[in-house]
Design a protein around this ligand. Structure first.
Ligand code: GAR
Length: 206
């Protein structure tokens, strides 16, 4: 039986270091059962778009404002995903909340990386550096990252992988963010993508 790889789309808004970690994991053979087939950005100037270009991955920009409504925005994303025959959708620093219409349509096929140990410091309003600011303000000594399935509850879907990271005295939100990325996000996100791609590839080949 020849197994076809799972087709993976990565949705981004900013720097795209998690996208880079996925591209590097694919190049290194850590991701073997999935291929990054599409990048979608909701910001015209997202640096992640340059990373996609450098890796020869097709990219599209979908702008909520230009489309006029959340529904039109999500339908445009869905069209792009369906055109490319995408199996697995990865939110990697994608700073937009998706409605239940979208999460139901792709149920069990959308995952997100979040820079804390869910259920701490998650949900609406907790994104990017704000998550690390909140962790430092609360004085936690351990934080980390989580990869989870996406459902209609922000950061509320079933947890797939987590990794803990130490907080040190003198940490700033920026220092902590970088440590969480290096020690946790850039490891567990590729690991989760490979794990799910393997399952999806097996289903496609069957
Ligand atoms: C990452 O830390 C990611 O976990 C976080 O934003 C950063 C994006 O960085 N995502 C969230 O906070 C989502 N709630 P990147 O663009 O360099 O991958």
């Amino acid at each position: 039986m020849t197994e076809r790889k799972a087709r993976v789309a990565v949705l981004v808004s900013g720097g795209g270091t998690n996208l880079q970690a996925l591209l590097d994991a694919q190049a290194a053979g850590v991701i073997r059962h999935g291929e990054i087939a599409l990048v979608i950005a909701n910001k015209q100037d997202a640096y992640a778009l340059r990373r996609a270009e450098a890796a020869n991955v097709p990219a599209r920009v979908v702008l909520r404002k230009a489309l006029g409504s959340q529904q039109a925005f999500e339908e445009a994303i869905a069209r792009a995903l369906d055109d490319e025959g995408i199996d697995l959708i990865v939110l990697a620093g994608f700073m937009a909340i998706l409605s239940q219409w979208f999460t139901d349509r792709y149920s069990g096929r959308v995952i997100n990386v979040h820079p804390s140990l869910i259920p701490s410091f998650c949900g609406e309003g907790y994104y990017g550096l704000r998550v690390h600011q909140a962790a430092l303000a609360r004085g936690v000594k351990v934080t980390g990252a989580t990869v989870h399935f996406v459902n209609e509850v922000p950061d509320g879907g079933p947890i797939i992988l987590q990794k803990a990271v130490r907080v040190y005295p003198g940490d700033t939100p920026e220092k902590l963010q970088l440590r969480v990325m290096k020690q946790a996000e850039w490891k567990i996100l590729p690991a989760a993508v490979e794990m799910l791609s393997k399952q999806m590839a097996a289903q496609k080949g069957a």
